[in-house]
Design a protein around this ligand. Structure first.
Ligand SMILES: *Cc1c(COP(=O)(O)O)cnc(C)c1O
Length: 378
């Protein structure tokens, strides 16, 4: 048989400014592109393996995991295939089917799926209302007190450090403390934070952290990070009875080639860029201010921004769409003409975007472009 053309060419990221928050933190470094090529064959990190992926010395996965653990403030670090696999592994190791876990109302769908796959009940901590959707320590306190008063055990507290809908940064330290006061461990989902802003699991009172290499750590993926305290190592990194060196929750070995190689290659750069996080936040606040000055554009979520993911409500674009011959597609098409992508075709009521990693000049070009489009059609 002959295969069809799968269209495996892509120049979106090279030729355009991509505003999709999902993709801003996963752009590879030059070093990672080289590693991607060097380790492109299957099982390419296994040349010198003696049975344990995390102990391989060439490439130096063992040293890399030590550095990673130090970087995120945990005792043990492992790579997994994504943040979701990390969450699943923790839930699977420490909960039994039918157990109850507490999760925030802004949790990612993968949190819900990981819990469902583990047959866990979820109790949600609601956010406050429009337009902030803030998750507060007080609401965690209330939910955990209620669970305690009614004698319903909670096996795990999960908190989304920065959520993917509003880009709200939560107070992990305070919520971790509340979880511990109730005798429950905290799993902090850092998919949108680890690799962008400083993550220190110890300071955050987190027993477990997960991160996403392809989301926020300049890695090709699929690759995630799981970090934990030593006291949980016996449970989460439990060894097989039959294959004495293999860790059960990792199914022996996780990332076995290019994905982990790209994460390793980018780590020095990621450590450096996290040190410049304040500049990114400042740039985001400027960006929001300039966008809102256009009129008919409003930032939703906590203000001022503490993360680069921004959600805007954009009634001005929705009004234009009503009269424009291209209807809802005009915004995508006008942006594309200006080599700006990452906002979904047809979407005009609201959108999420991020200028993470762009220069001030590029960011200004983006806000000018939005202003131009409004001026032209309003
Ligand atoms: C993107 C995202 C995930 C999923 O990350 P993967 O590494 O792809 O599993 C999980 N949680 C949040 C909050 C996210 O934004």
């Amino acid at each position: 048989m002959e295969c069809q053309d799968y269209g495996l060419n892509r120049n979106i990221e090279r030729d355009n400014l991509n505003l999709n928050p999902l993709q801003r933190g996963g752009v590879l470094t030059k070093e990672a592109r080289k590693a991607l090529y060097e380790f492109s064959d299957g099982y390419s990190v296994c040349d010198y393996c003696a049975g344990r992926l995390d102990e391989i010395s060439r490439p130096a996965i063992h040293h890399f995991l030590d550095d990673l653990a130090e970087f995120i403030g945990v005792d043990q670090a492992r790579t997994v295939h994504g943040a979701r696999e990390g969450k699943f592994a923790v839930m699977h190791a420490i909960c039994k089917p039918g157990d109850t876990i507490v999760v925030d109302g802004n949790a990612h769908y993968t949190t819900h799926l990981a819990a469902e796959r583990n047959q866990l009940n979820m109790v949600e901590v609601p956010s406050n209302d429009y337009p902030e959707y803030r998750i507060t320590p007080e609401s965690y306190q209330e939910v955990l007190d209620y669970q305690e008063d009614y004698g319903e055990d909670v096996s795990l507290v999960l908190l989304t450090h920065v959520d993917g809908n509003y880009g709200n940064l939560t107070d992990a330290r305070a919520i971790g403390k509340i979880a511990h006061d109730h005798g429950v461990p905290l799993l902090l989902n850092c998919a949108y934070s680890m690799g962008r802003l400083p993550v220190d699991a110890r300071a955050f009172n987190a027993d477990f952290v997960v991160g996403s290499g392809h989301k926020s750590m300049a890695a090709s993926g699929p690759i995630g990070v799981l970090g934990l305290k030593d006291e949980w190592a016996d449970t989460v990194l439990k060894l097989s009875k039959r294959h004495a060196v293999k860790e059960i929750e990792m199914l022996g070995c996780t990332s076995r080639g290019a994905p982990v190689a790209t994460l390793m290659a980018s780590l020095p750069y990621v450590i450096e860029r996290v040190g410049r996080w304040d500049e990114e936040v400042q740039k985001t606040r400027d960006f929001v201010e300039k966008m809102e000055r256009i009129g008919g554009i409003k930032q939703i979520g906590v203000k001022p921004k503490e993360h680069d993911l921004v959600r805007f409500e954009t009634p001005v674009f929705d009004e234009i769409a009503e009269k424009h011959p291209r209807r809802g597609f005009f915004l995508y098409e006008e942006l594309k003409k200006r080599k700006i992508v990452g906002i979904k075709r047809g979407q005009t009521k609201w959108f999420k975007c991020s200028a993470y990693g762009f220069t001030q000049e590029q960011t200004d070009y983006i806000t000018r472009s939005f202003a131009e489009i409004v001026e032209r059609y309003k």
